[in-house]
Design a protein around this ligand. Structure first.
Ligand code: ATP
Length: 291
């Protein structure tokens, strides 16, 4: 009796059943003048996962996610969000996502509640649902008690949680966070991640996050892509990547994710990234935001 062939990715039945990826980038390229920030990026983020895009300063992380959010055009290649073409269906894509950029998005002269309500209006949350949705978003990030204080009186961690509430008020299927914990103390960093995870578990939302903090990625991301010079150079769960390096090196103890990155980037880590993966520029931005 002939053996039943194993299904392959080319199997039309399986392809029809396969869930649409939350984010799919194919050959994405974006240049600023002579600087090629993203250079033929291939990336697939699965529905419901927390995916970490890691890499040193200038790797192209922010540029790539700005293409996914439609804030930057897609000059070459293809970007899809839940199957929608980011170049052709910009509004359709925007309705599916919440975005917390590195730059200031909370207004220090408004209360926490007013900040979130503003986003509810901008993102077309139906008028009769708005007050309840604003309350829910504030509660989800533990800011209900501080909701009527001016955001200018918030700590750095509270500001980041407020920005999270702004992104969550439209109930996005995909939450994109650019360096959500940069410049925060360890307790505030943990708080931000716990709130992201709680909302993800409650809603099944997909999370795409950029970070320099390899320890956070190790702890909180289901899968990571290590980006260097405009492309993802290694992809997998944190443990898979760490075990892979241990096998290559014949090491008895499990290396860290930072070791994996150093192995992949090798001598390509230049002066801009000396001293590890701390982002001085972003830290300054955060200092300005919360100062
Ligand atoms: N608006 C811009 N104009 C010109 N060059 C830019 C612009 N934005 C980014 N670049 C350049 O593109 C490259 C990739 O930058 P990008 O901000 O995407 O990297 P990143 O990985 O997010 O870095 P960081 O962690 O420092 O934010 C860098 O060389 C950067 O200087």
């Amino acid at each position: 009796m002939p053996a039943t062939p194993a299904p392959t990715a080319a199997d039309p039945a399986e392809a029809a059943d396969a869930p649409v990826e939350a984010v799919s980038c194919t050959g994405l390229t974006h240049a600023f003048g002579d600087t090629v920030a993203v250079d033929g990026l291939d990336l697939a983020v699965r529905q419901g996962e927390v995916f970490g895009l890691l890499g040193p300063n200038g790797a192209g992380k922010t540029t790539a996610i700005r293409c996914v959010t439609t804030l930057l055009p897609v000059p070459a290649g293809m970007v899809r969000v839940f199957g929608h073409d980011a170049a052709k269906e910009r509004m359709g894509v925007r309705r599916l996502l919440g975005y917390v950029p590195q730059q200031l998005s909370a207004d220090s002269g408004l209360t926490g509640r007013e900040n979130v309500a503003l986003f509810a209006r901008v993102f077309d949350v139906p008028r009769r649902e708005r007050a309840a949705r604003v309350d829910q978003a504030l509660a989800a990030v533990d800011l209900a008690d501080a909701a009527d204080r001016l955001a200018g009186t918030y700590s750095g961690g509270m500001v980041r949680r407020l920005e999270l509430a702004q992104a969550l008020v439209s109930a996005p299927r995909l939450l994109i966070l650019d360096e959500p914990t940069i410049g925060l103390d360890p307790i505030a960093r943990t708080g931000v991640w716990e709130h992201i995870n709680a909302v993800r578990e409650a809603t099944g939302m997909t999370v795409l996050v950029t970070t320099h903090y390899m320890d956070e990625a190790d702890q909180y991301c289901d899968r990571v892509g290590l980006m260097h010079r405009g492309r993802v150079r290694a992809l997998g769960t944190p443990v898979e990547l760490r075990r892979g390096l241990a096998e290559r090196q014949g090491a008895e103890t499990l290396p860290t994710l930072e070791d994996v990155f150093r192995d992949i980037a090798g001598s390509g880590l230049d002066d801009n990234t000396a001293g590890g993966f701390r982002d001085v520029r972003s830290t300054r931005r955060t200092a300005r935001r919360v100062g």
